[in-house]
Design a binder for this molecule. Structure first.
Ligand SMILES: [Zn+2]
Length: 235
């Protein structure tokens, strides 16, 4: 805990001081670019992956980056609340569902029920994503466990995108062309991010070309110099 407390002091002395104007601009308003679903896993940081800053992303972190469908059982879910707030109050135009490699929630789908004797809430929650195992059963080859988890996780992303569409506010926004859904798979070990392509039913790596390097670097420097952008919506 000492390290975290020291970090708070460092934040106030350095980061905040350098970005003070940007934080003041964010004090009463926010206008994030996207609603971003991510796993609670400590290794997955949406702001790091997307090189974004406070105010840029409306983030929901939960175990497994799971989006239950909009059934009666989930009427009071925080997921539903976040979706509705992001669309109704913040006019979000993009939703990203980002799953990741080596996800404990996906691994938990393959554990025996006895493994959850002390964690019934965890069991019930991860079982919400049990449908992701559906595609695996149909496989002929026997994949390694690591590969099995990767395939399951990608299926889970696709299923989550479908579950998102069961929320009336999402379905309506898609129908009127105001909302785009994105499914991502983040590989922690090599830093790659893959986005789901529904046309080819595959995940394509988001990669830069060599001739883009300079413009990406200069854009990053520009963003750093500008600080957090000014905002127009209230939370
Ligand atoms: Zn995870």
């Amino acid at each position: 805990m000492d390290r975290l407390l020291k970090g708070v002091k460092e934040f106030q002395l350095n980061y905040y001081k350098e970005q003070e104007e940007s934080f003041k601009a964010l004090a009463n308003t926010q206008s994030p670019e996207a609603l971003f679903f991510s796993c609670s896993d400590s290794r997955v940081d949406p702001n790091v992956i997307t090189q974004s800053k406070p105010g840029d992303l409306f983030i929901v972190k939960n175990v497994g980056s799971i989006i239950p469908d909009c059934g009666p059982h989930w009427k009071k879910s925080c997921t539903g609340a976040a979706i509705e707030f992001a669309l109704a109050a913040l006019s979000i135009s993009d939703i990203v569902v980002c799953a990741h490699s080596d996800c404990g929630a996906m691994k938990a789908l393959y554990k025996e029920p006895e493994a959850f004797k002390d964690t019934p809430n965890l069991q019930e929650w991860v079982n919400t994503a049990i449908g992701a195992k559906g595609g695996i059963d149909a496989m002929n080859d026997e994949p390694t466990f690591k590969k099995l988890i990767e395939i399951t996780t990608k299926e889970h992303v696709i299923e989550s995108l479908e579950n998102l569409k069961t929320y009336p506010i999402v379905a309506k926004a898609i129908k009127t062309g105001k909302l785009n859904l994105h499914g991502w798979y983040y590989d922690i070990g090599n830093g790659s991010v893959h986005t789901y392509n529904s046309d080819s039913d595959s995940f394509d790596r988001i990669a830069y070309h060599h001739d883009e390097q300079e413009s990406i670097r200069s854009h990053a420097a520009q963003v750093a110099a500008q600080g957090v952008k000014s905002c127009t919506h209230e939370a």
